[in-house]
Structure formats: structure tokens, C-alpha cells
Design a protein around this ligand. Structure first.
Ligand code: ATP
Length: 239
């Protein structure tokens, strides 16, 4: 569902991502792990067609991100930590506005709304103004907006940033439910414990390079039960 081949991105002299290759299958959560500046956001921005790669290729649902960006966008949802939505609107109004971009109106909008409200357990959030929502409720609106069109590919970039324990739990449960529907998910974070909970496979990104990729179980074995330890060991070996 996601294919990345020898992908590189340079900002002037700075190499943000170097020669990255990986694939993600339908029904799989792929954790992209690494510290700040490792290149995670750059990778997701390329996949979501916001920036172009300097070298290499990436495909989403079979469509090339550089040559067929509109086809890619139709099949993809993106969630960043700290994304904003319009304060004065209710949850329902925000979602109606964005649904319009996907051509979801009338009955189709209502069906999409019922679907996301159920999946994210957010019925009461729909009637409240964003201004009056908790951070967790707001994040549900952000996620709902990203999946209204039921994309088979979902990219989550530090999506739990700023969330309390209940909201984080709700998000992790949602990730599991969305995978269960057969969708491909990239879960990008520097919080290794979250990946331990939701990932099927993990990769470690360090200074723009993929220094490790394996099943979560293999990575945990490498770190004697800890992904953080596995990351540190792999980075030392790669140095
Ligand atoms: N627009 C830009 N112009 C110049 N350099 C950039 C730009 N965007 C990112 N970089 C650099 O590219 C590298 C990778 O950044 P990126 O944001 O992809 O990392 P990250 O793993 O997502 O980290 P974070 O969690 O801090 O966002 C960093 O060295 C960063 O400073």
C-alpha cells in the first residue's frame, strides 16, 4: 500500500533523508521511530505530496507521489500533533467544511459522519464548539477530518503530542481499530513505548538513514525487551 524506494531529500546542503527504502502492507502499523531531526516528518511530508523528493520514488496505493499527487491525496489521511481547527465552529461544522473537499455532501456526509463518530467515540464532541473542547476532543476532530474519506493509508506524525493519558489511550485504540479495517498506517514518533503498543513492524531512523527495520518482536529481542535500548544499540553499531 506504501512503497518507498531509495528516497532522499536535501534542503540545500542538508541531507534530511538519505536513501530510504521500505514498504507497508494493508492492515499493518509501521512505526517510524527516531529522535527529533531524524527525518520522520520529511518522509511523511513527501508521502503526503507536500514536498518533492530530491531522489528516489514513493508510491501510495500504487500512485506515484510526484507524478500523481491528486490520486495520492484521495487515498491518504495525515495527522500531525498540534494541528489546529477553527475555534468558532462546532465539531460537526468543521467536519462538514472539510467533507466538502472530498465531495461528501448530504447523505454521503451524514454517513461519513456517523462512521467517524462511532469509530472515534465522539458523538458529544460534534455539537460542541472547538473553543470549548479539551485537547483530546480537539484531536479527535483532527483525526476525524483526516479519515472522513476513509483513506486506505493513514500517516500519523507525533499524533499524541500534548494529549493526556485518556486521550492518548483513545488514540492508540483508534489506531488498532483502523488497522483492523485493513488500512495501512505509518505511526511516526520519538515515544518508543507507544510503538511497543501499536506497531507490527518498526524502523529506526537516525540522521536521515534507516538503521534498522524488523518486526516489533525482533526489535524487542535486540533491545532485551526495550525498543529504546534496541535503538541505542543499533545506532552505536551503525556509527
Ligand atoms: N524546510 C527545511 N529547510 C531546511 N532544513 C530542514 C527543513 N525541514 C527539515 N529540515 C532539516 O531536516 C532534518 C530532518 O528534519 P525532520 O523534521 O524531517 O525530522 P523529524 O525526525 O521529523 O524530527 P522532529 O520530530 O523534530 O520533527 C533536520 O536536520 C531538519 O533541521
Amino acid at each position: 500500500m506504501i512503497e518507498v524506494a531509495n528516497l532522499s531529500k536535501e534542503y540545500g546542503q542538508r541531507r534530511a533523508v538519505q536513501d530510504l527504502t521500505f514498504q507497508v502492507s494493508p492492515g499493518e502499523v509501521y512505526a517510524l521511530l527516531g529522535p527529533n531531526g531524524a527525518g520522520k516528518t520529511t518522509t511523511l511530508r513527501i508521502l503526503s505530496t507536500l514536498i518533492r523528493p530530491t531522489k528516489g520514488r514513493a508510491k501510495v496505493a500504487g500512485f506515484d507521489v510526484a507524478r500523481e499527487p491528486l490520486e495520492v491525496r484521495r487515498r491518504l489521511g495525515l495527522v500531525n500533533g498540534g494541528m489546529r481547527v477553527y475555534d468558532r465552529l462546532t465539531g460537526r461544522e468543521v467536519l462538514r467544511f472539510f467533507a466538502g473537499f472530498y465531495g461528501l455532501e448530504g447523505q454521503a456526509f451524514q454517513e461519513a459522519l456517523d462512521w467517524v463518530a462511532d469509530l472515534l467515540e465522539m458523538e458529544e464532541t460534534l455539537e460542541r464548539r472547538v473553543l470549548e473542547m479539551s485537547t483530546g476532543m480537539r484531536q479527535k476532530v483532527v483525526i476525524a477530518r483526516a479519515i472522513l474519506h476513509r483513506p486506505p493509508v493513514l500517516l500519523l506524525d507525533e499524533a499524541t503530542a500534548g494529549l493526556d493519558v485518556f486521550a492518548r489511550r483513545a488514540l492508540l485504540n483508534f489506531v488498532k481499530a483502523y488497522r483492523q479495517l485493513g488500512n495501512a498506517i505509518i505511526y511516526s514518533t520519538h515515544v518508543m513505548s507507544e510503538a511497543e503498543e501499536v506497531a507490527d513492524r518498526v524502523s529506526f531512523l537516525h540522521q536521515g538513514r534507516l538503521v534498522y527495520e524488523g518486526s516489533k518482536e525482533e526489535a524487542l529481542a535486540l533491545g532485551e525487551g526495550s525498543l529504546e535500548e534496541a535503538f541505542v544499540r543499533r545506532v552505536k553499531e551503525a556509527a
